[in-house]
Design a protein around this ligand. Structure first.
Ligand SMILES: Nc1ncnc2c1ncn2[C@@H]1O[C@H](COP(=O)(O)OP(=O)(O)OP(=O)(O)O)[C@@H](O)[C@H]1O
Length: 584
């Protein structure tokens, strides 16, 4: 996929910047209202401060003209405060009001800053929760890169959308205040000038639309590019080993090229808007001067004040337009992220079953059929995993070993036939309770660059220390853990790099045992280990035999040798006869 498909773009455009702002305002009503209120108060103070300074200028120049409406309002406020209207008092008050306005804007921006951080964090958490709570089959179908992109770049760009929305509101309020002051001085002249200014800015609106389109392209391209890139980087070893790494970008070249074009369009339209706004404003000022002075015969002092106020107002409008352009760029990221979240939420795994599980007798597959697509992976498969014993599932690649594990854990569901736990259909058993009875050890256990303790508990607080130590002993990891410089508080390094493969796998077993499972699943747990590490893990499994039910997927001869039962799977075409044999 080199470009976002037209249907994706169509769904993404339907939101629009205004709906995005509305969605943010609905999600954070208190914060939005507070920030807006602060900005309005700041705008009013700014207008009043400015009117005081204008009044002071008129006093200082000793003009005998009638004070304009804003000056009149400023003088009334001064009188209401019981202060003598002198140049000093008006200047001081004007400066104080403008300083107070600056402080209020700072506070409002602080609010906006907090909200921006909230927007990004909330969207990220919502996505992560929705994806991890989704059905397993849906999860499997999601490219990891697309999700990482959503969490990293789309959430950030969406929060930028909120930020630019807030800046747009600030600029809009400022424009309104200056426009109101101008309207109070001369209604007709101001209306004409503001309409002309608005018209000039409207001419540039095509640059906002161009930027929006480029933003949408960026959103779609980033998503597909990161999906490809994550797969590529995950499989970089063969490319390096065959000295073909320089070709890695060939697979992404069309996306990179299109992304470059999209970014160029964004930068050009941003620079274009800024560059064209300036001369248009100069034209407005020039024409305004001529019109007010020659055509409308307004006094020079009024013209100066009007030009000042209208230029300020239109300048703020121009800034608001630039914020709108930024929002148009980030808007698609927000809609794309929301779409991903809503899709994942719609795929939420429903609570299944109500019966309390037990594992005293065993797990039974009774004529199970399951297909991911059309062709079944397992078909009419029947076998039994007796409780308290070690069962090894073996068979050629693609014969369905992992699928069987997923069916036993209730992550996948049989199309027909039944999976029974102690004689009860798994569909009737509370799935979360059942999974909480399972310990799972994958082929490549994920170890994080954190302490051993956090690696074992995966951040879950409140697990008693004795239980952790017991699990470590059970997994035969006690000896090397005691030899670590800081014991449980030792930091393991990136991907547990300070540990040998066997040690890492024993820790993975300890991690699974901490929750005192009734069923321990070892999914190719020895496959990537060397001989020494492998026999260490097999020894651990040997020690665990009889303590709980063990289900291992393995081709490992040593594990097959110690199994109570070995189930040899055949490809689906010849299934129904999964061959079960006693200790091989
Ligand atoms: N998410 C999926 N979507 C579609 N097909 C899938 C999916 N996962 C697995 N398959 C297919 O189902 C079949 C069984 O896969 P499974 O991973 O269960 O086999 P396996 O015996 O564990 O293989 P291996 O030993 O290579 O890990 C394979 O043909 C595989 O291509």
């Amino acid at each position: 996929m080199s470009k976002p498909s037209s249907s994706t773009v169509a769904t993404l455009t339907q939101g629009g910047a205004a709906s995005m702002l509305l969605a943010f305002a609905r999600a954070y009503p208190g914060r939005t209202a507070l920030a807006l209120l602060a900005l309005i108060i700041a705008g009013v103070l700014d207008g009043l401060g400015l009117s005081m300074i204008l009044g002071m200028l008129n006093l200082a120049t000793g003009t005998d003209e009638e004070p304009s409406a804003p000056e009149q309002a400023a003088l009334e406020v001064v009188a209401w405060l019981g202060i003598e209207p002198t140049t000093t008092s008006l200047l001081t008050l004007g400066v104080v009001l403008i300083a107070v306005k600056a402080a209020i804007v700072l506070l409002a921006n602080r609010q906006v800053g907090y909200t921006v951080a909230h927007v990004a964090t909330d969207l990220r958490l919502r996505l992560i929760r929705a994806v991890t709570a989704s059905r397993w089959r849906y999860y499997l179908s999601q490219p990891v890169g697309k999700l990482s992109n959503a969490v990293a770049t789309e959430a950030h760009r969406a929060s930028e959308g909120f930020f630019h929305g807030a800046v747009m509101a600030t600029q809009g309020i400022n424009a309104l205040i200056y426009a109101s002051l101008a309207l109070m001085i001369s209604l007709k002249a101001s209306l004409i000038a503001l309409a002309f200014g608005g018209f000039l800015l409207g001419l540039l609106h095509f640059l906002v639309r161009t930027a929006g389109r480029a933003g949408r392209d960026q959103t779609g391209l980033m998503s597909s590019m990161l999906a490809v890139m994550t797969d590529q980087l995950g499989a970089v070893k063969p490319l390096k080993a065959m000295a073909r790494e320089e070709h890695i970008d060939a697979l992404m070249s069309s996306q990179t090229r299109d992304l470059k074009t999209a970014l160029r369009h964004q930068v050009l339209s941003k620079a274009g808007l800024q560059a064209l706004q300036e001369p248009l404003l100069a034209i407005l000022v020039g024409i305004g001067f001529f019109y007010f002075l020659v055509q409308m015969n307004l006094p020079m002092a009024t013209v100066m004040m009007m030009i000042f106020l209208i230029a300020r107002s239109v300048n703020h409008l121009a800034k608001a337009q630039r914020s709108l352009q930024h929002m148009a760029i980030s808007e698609s990221a927000y809609w794309s992220l929301r779409q991903t979240i809503e899709e994942a939420e719609a795929e939420r795994e429903p609570p299944r079953g109500h019966r309390t599980p037990s594992l005293e007798q065993g797990i039974e597959f009774d004529h199970v059929r399951f297909a991911y697509d059309r062709e079944p992976v397992v078909d009419g498969l029947s076998f039994r995993i007796p409780a308290g014993q070690l069962t090894v599932l073996t068979g050629p690649s693609g014969s369905g070993k992992t699928t069987i594990i997923d069916l036993a854990a209730g992550l996948l569901h049989a199309d027909s036939g039944r999976v029974l736990i102690d004689g009860q259909p798994l569909d009737e058993i509370d799935h979360r309770q059942w999974r909480r009875m399972i310990g799972y050890v994958p082929q490549d256990p994920l170890l994080i660059n954190d302490t051993l303790l956090r690696n074992l508990t995966l951040g879950e607080d409140g697990i008693p220390r004795e239980r952790i130590l017991a699990a470590i002993e059970q997994a035969d990891a006690g000896e090397f853990v005691r030899a670590l410089p800081d014991g449980l508080d030792t930091v393991l390094g990136e991907r547990g790099g300070r540990l040998s493969g066997g040690q890492r796998q024993r820790l993975a077993i300890a991690r699974a045992l901490i929750h005192q499972p009734r069923l321990l699943i070892l999914d190719e747990a020895t496959s990537s280990l060397d001989e020494v590490a492998e026999s260490a893990v097999v020894e651990t499994v040997q020690h665990l035999k009889g303590q709980l039910t063990l289900l291992a997927v393995s081709h490992d001869r040593a594990l097959v040798d110690i199994a109570d039962q070995v189930i040899r799977l055949e490809p689906a075409s010849s299934q129904g006869k999964a061959e079960a044999g006693d200790d091989a």
